[in-house]
Write a protein that binds this ligand. Structure first.
Ligand SMILES: [Fe+2]
Length: 328
């Protein structure tokens, strides 16, 4: 099954306005909106869809309150979509909507859908970095970002009562690959053999109930991650944890509470895996979760009136701060 990754995440939410503000401040582009639907896009065309949680057209919720109701997976061909439809129809209800999108449910009870991917290739905006042996940015100041503009949706994380069942469903029925294990507690899965470290992570649920944990959005580099998180925090959104750096997947992270359900995460620099990758087994422990992390985010210094010396220096140097063209 040639799945490319997450194409869209559909939420059913209690408060449309708060959720809309969350994803606007997060740095997504609102592509359409009405009283009962808002659609946002990442740089590569991945979508976040918001609908009121009382909307009867939404798939059944896995928990009370605001949460993810459906994950839409991208496929490369119509033949793959037909294969997925036949495979799922063996033991569960499958419907195909007017746009040809296949809808069903996974073994957590979550809505899953499949469509020909709408994601586009994105240009590389990662800025060159300098070291003594490799000065890759020469006679050029670094770029400073005002905020983040996420490139894609990398992964979704759920609490699950039976992680073995989820691993079996996604690997045996849909051709996913195991990337790593939290021994006895969790499994990291990716849709395609070549790609980012994981698209799904199931963590054993302490109370035996399914729940969304977070949805993760990729940014280009640590500069965009720190700027995006700081901007978002300064807009009044609550930090859950971060910034920090994970051991598993090696990525930098920053998590925030999300009124649409669970949390949202900025991440960058995750491991890129191929068919040659061997899954590891990690002991679930705080020191495995992160190499380092901050609990309460970062603070941007408040603007101070410049001293005479600083003002003179500024006039002499005339620093030029380059902004990304789309950062407005
Ligand atoms: Fe994550």
């Amino acid at each position: 099954m040639a799945l490319t990754g997450i194409d869209a995440v559909v939420y059913g939410v209690a408060n449309m306005e708060k959720s809309r503000r969350h994803f606007t401040d997060w740095g997504l582009r609102e592509t359409s909106s009405s009283a009962d639907t808002a659609v946002f896009a990442t740089e590569d065309g991945c979508e976040v869809v918001l609908r009121p949680r009382t909307d009867k057209t939404l798939p059944k919720a896995i928990q009370r309150g605001s949460t993810v109701r459906e994950i839409v997976w991208g496929a490369t061909s119509k033949a793959d979509l037909r294969r997925i439809e036949r495979e799922l129809a063996r033991d569960r209800r499958v419907t195909v909507d007017d746009d040809g999108v296949i809808h069903s449910t996974d073994d957590l009870g979550l809505g899953i859908a499949f469509r020909k991917t709408v994601r586009r290739r994105v240009r590389n905006r990662r800025q060159p970095m300098n070291s003594l042996a490799a000065p890759d940015r020469v006679d050029a100041r670094a770029t400073y970002h005002e905020r983040a503009r996420p490139s894609h949706i990398g992964h979704c994380v759920f609490m699950a009562p039976d992680i073995g069942k989820m691993e079996a469903f996604y690997t045996e029925r849909l051709g996913f690959h195991v990337s790593d294990y939290y021994t006895g507690r969790g499994v990291f899965l990716r849709a395609a053999p070549r790609g980012g470290h994981h698209n799904l992570f199931y963590l054993e649920s302490a109370d035996g109930r399914p729940a969304i944990n977070h949805v993760a959005f990729g940014v280009q580099d640590v500069h965009e991650l720190f700027a995006g998180g700081t901007y978002f925090q300064n807009r009044g959104h609550k930090v859950q944890v971060g910034p920090g750096r994970h051991h598993i997947s090696s990525c930098y992270f920053w998590y925030f509470d999300c009124p649409a359900g669970g949390a949202t995460e900025y991440f960058c620099d995750e491991d890129f895996l191929t068919e040659d990758w061997m899954p590891g087994h990690w002991d679930p422990a705080p020191e495995t979760f992160a190499e380092w992390m901050l609990a309460d985010g970062l603070k941007r210094p408040k603007a101070q009136p410049p001293t005479r010396e600083k003002r003179d220096m500024k006039l002499r140097q005339k620093p030029r701060v380059r902004e990304r063209a789309d950062a407005a």
